[in-house]
Design a protein around this ligand. Structure first.
Ligand code: GLA
Length: 415
């Protein structure tokens, strides 16, 4: 047993990945695959509508130390005893385990790579993670990407980064969540010191420098956002509400000759009609709650473009105001916030943040708040005193509250 300290300061008592590796598999791992979590700065619940988003990769990451095998078996253990070891044979039709089982995030990339690239070589490895689980920071995608990358390297599958990210996005559907492609893309394509504007269909990424004196604070409510379990239905429901809303507004657009042909998706609809005309048409045809869902999607897409401009122009207060608007829209129109998320957002703002919002799918998890190098300590102190202290969570500050560093995407190295 040893104290495992990740480079960013999260300290955990317990066996190291190499201890677990040698006791489970014998000998030593030969490689490490790492994939970061992410914080989405703005553009929430719109990636699955093929509308752009603006996340950055963070310093919290999943690490998988592994050794290739000659056969097609994958055996993976986790240093966290909450997760039982997983073993399966690579193949295009490996069945998933029960919904929410972490093994599904290991099987997903293996199945997709077997389908697309006929991979056949497995590996044994040990996972450790500094991304809090079910926190809206994309721990599950980081896991999926780390295993996918390891298997791609073991099987000598070489893909351009965005092609690999798209493959991982397709793979994640195996787990039962109909997510978009944001998390996979930023975890693969993140760049130190940068956020990225990501557009979809086809997947593409534009890196934008994060000004040196901007600080993005991440604060966890302490409530798990179990996307893979309880919140999965609500998430999938939002997604189908968006599809139904799009179909009705598109039909209305055609009937009233606002669009020449049937739009293929949200980007097409907005290009043809413009945001204002689209919302006006929606107001005429959509019942509640579809109208408010639609309004969130369209307004959030506009905010992403404005926010990308603010970032490029280093317009600090402009960016913060857009984060506030985004939260408001997610709370009232999209209904994915919670009392705890709203509390944290209010505390961060009152403590001096330029803006704050829930990040990730919502239903618990984290907020992200924008501060400057001058105000960051005051905002951190306000959150610690007003949110964590009264809830008796002060001993968890290291895990729950941190300043996100814009970080590099996934990689594999020999050990
Ligand atoms: C989850 C999904 C993403 C995205 C966000 C909400 O993180 O995996 O694709 O939809 O929720 O913005």
């Amino acid at each position: 047993m040893a104290e495992a300290r990740d480079p960013k300061g999260v300290t955990r008592e317990g066996p190291t990945p190499s201890d677990v590796f040698s006791s489970r598999f014998g000998g030593a791992a030969t490689h490490v695959a790492r994939a970061p979590g992410r914080v989405n700065l703005i553009g929430e619940h719109i990636d699955y509508n093929d509308l752009p988003v603006l996340p950055m990769a963070i310093q919290r990451e999943v690490r998988l130390v592994y050794r290739p095998r000659e056969d097609g078996v994958v055996r993976v253990a986790n240093v966290d005893p909450e997760f039982d070891p997983v073993e399966f044979e690579i193949g295009p039709s490996t069945p998933p385990g029960p919904a929410g089982n972490w093994g599904n995030y290991l099987k997903a990339p293996a199945v997709e790579l077997a389908r697309r690239s006929a991979i056949s070589r497995g590996m044994e490895g040990v996972v450790s993670s500094s991304v809090p689980v079910a926190s809206g920071l994309s721990s599950s995608t980081a896991l999926l990407n780390a295993l996918g990358l390891a298997l791609a390297v073991v099987n000598e599958v070489s893909l351009a980064p965005m092609d690999f990210a798209q493959l991982m996005a397709d793979a994640e559907r195996y787990t039962g969540t109909r997510g978009g492609g944001m998390d996979q893309a930023i975890s693969v394509g993140g760049r130190v010191g940068h956020a990225a504007r990501i557009a979809f269909a086809p997947l593409r990424m534009r890196h934008i420098v994060v000004p040196g004196d901007w600080r993005f604070i991440v604060a966890h409510t302490g409530v798990r956002a179990e996307k893979s379990r309880h919140a999965r239905e609500a998430y999938n429901q939002r997604r189908s509400e968006c599809e139904r809303a799009l179909a009705s507004v598109a039909e209305r657009g055609l009937q009233s000759h606002l669009v020449p042909t049937a739009p293929q998706g949200y980007p097409d609809l907005l290009r043809m009609m413009g945001s204002q005309a689209a919302i006006a048409a929606a107001t005429e045809v959509l019942p509640a709650p579809l109208l408010s869902r639609f309004r969130h999607v369209v307004s959030e897409a506009a905010r992403v473009d404005q926010a990308a401009d603010c970032l490029s122009r280093t317009d600090f207060s402009g960016f913060g105001a857009l984060m506030d608007d985004s939260h408001c829209s997610l709370r009232t129109d999209y209904e994915v916030s919670s009392e705890e998320l709203d509390d944290l957002v209010d505390i961060a703002r009152d403590g001096g943040a330029a803006g704050a919002r829930l990040t990730g799918a919502g239903f618990g998890g984290c907020i992200v708040a924008l501060a400057s190098s001058d105000t960051v300590d005051a905002v951190l102190a306000a959150i610690a005193e007003q949110y964590y202290q009264p809830r008796g969570m002060s001993d968890r500050l290291g895990d729950c509250l941190f300043v996100a560093a814009p970080s590099a995407g996934a990689s594999v190295d020999a050990l």
